[in-house]
Design a protein around this ligand. Structure first.
Ligand SMILES: [Mn+2]
Length: 352
């Protein structure tokens, strides 16, 4: 298991690389060029600059999260070929810099969805929250307006250029089915996986978050069966998973079983916990197994049984010790650092 930590880049993250260095056992930074619009080719000089900065602080740059997929590719529009060519070129350039794994997702319109970014909890911490009845009774544009008002940073998946076209994008998805999305994903993979094989970059798809359809948009990377179907679209080790226990945990998935079944295709894993309520709501919790609905101990135990040697990062944490004043939603320092210690605690005791 190789421990990593997500960092949003200089001037774009309140947490410094020096602080991350002080978390035990973190070897790599999970990074991206967060201001790159989906579909553009990443400049080699910018990739190299980021690499130099991260390596100078003592970390590897093996994992990129994410290289975003242009909406036209998901929609299967004729313009997709141009964007797929750009995607391939970005992959080649990342490979040249030494990147090993690229995380991405294939969710229509939205990257991830919550109804509240700072939901107060009993102990005074706060966390990302999803209230199902709100989603059912609000139109997406209103929700985005409401959520965006709470934060002054650009969140991945909620980039201004994406939000500006929201209405138009929704229109494009009218009548669009899950089978359409499967077909377009297959087309995309058939194009890029040979490039990945040639330049030795492993692709890891992130499950849909939450793992069920919202706003009438299809969601396909949501459960064991669909993950199996996904891996068979192109049956290559380079076509793999960025398994996220929190996303899959938003509905009743047996995550240890998913890990057990597909372990050789998991290149990157996000470990976090969520507590699901009977009415379909869920809130993000500490990493501890008893605090949420995901059996994180069994998740780590299953990885250990399989001698998992891929990349891991703690996923979202709660905001604790007042850090909501400055931290990105879900991406404070403290709870993610505690999460790492929990993961190491379980892992090390199993190794002993
Ligand atoms: Mn995740």
């Amino acid at each position: 298991m190789k421990m990593t930590f997500r960092w949003y880049g200089e001037g774009n993250d309140q947490i410094s690389l020096q602080h991350i260095r002080q978390i035990p056992g973190v070897e790599g930074i999970v990074w991206s060029l967060h201001d790159m619009p989906a579909g553009e080719v990443w400049e080699q000089s910018r990739i190299n600059r980021e690499k130099a900065l991260i390596e100078k602080a003592g970390f590897h740059i093996d994992v990129v999260e994410s290289v975003n997929v242009h909406e036209d590719i998901k929609l299967g529009l004729p313009t997709r070929d141009k964007y797929i060519e750009n995607y391939k070129e970005t992959l080649r350039r990342l490979a040249k810099a030494g990147v090993k794994v690229v995380c991405y997702n294939f969710m229509p319109v939205f990257d991830w969805t919550r109804t509240e970014l700072y939901k107060q909890t009993e102990d005074g911490s706060n966390a990302l929250f999803f209230e199902k009845s709100q989603i059912e009774n609000i139109d997406p544009i209103t929700l985005i307006d409401k959520i965006s008002k709470d934060v002054d940073v650009t969140m991945p998946g909620w980039e201004p250029e994406r939000l500006a076209k929201l209405k138009e994008t929704f229109k494009q998805y009218e009548g669009f089915t899950a089978e359409d999305l499967w077909q377009n994903l297959k087309y995309f993979l058939e194009q890029i996986i040979p490039v990945c094989e040639a330049c030795d970059i492993k692709m890891g798809i992130h499950p849909d978050d939450p793992a069920f359809p919202i706003f009438g948009l299809p969601r396909i990377i949501i459960n064991k069966e669909n993950i199996g179907r996904f891996l068979n679209l192109v049956d290559s080790p380079y076509n793999g998973l960025s398994l996220c226990t929190g996303s899959l945990g938003s509905s009743a998935n047996d995550i240890p079983d998913i890990i057990h079944t597909y372990c050789s295709r998991i290149h990157f894993i996000h470990i976090r916990n969520v507590k699901r309520y009977e009415n379909g709501d869920f809130i993000e919790t500490s990493h501890r197994a008893c605090d949420g609905s995901v059996d994180t101990v069994k998740v780590i135990e299953t990885l250990h049984q399989h001698d998992y040697s891929g990349y891991v990062r703690p996923d979202h944490g709660r905001h604790i010790w007042g850090e909501e004043a400055w931290a990105r939603p879900g991406y404070g320092l403290y709870d993610r650092a505690l999460g790492i210690m929990y993961i190491w605690g379980v892992w090390d005791s199993l190794s002993r």
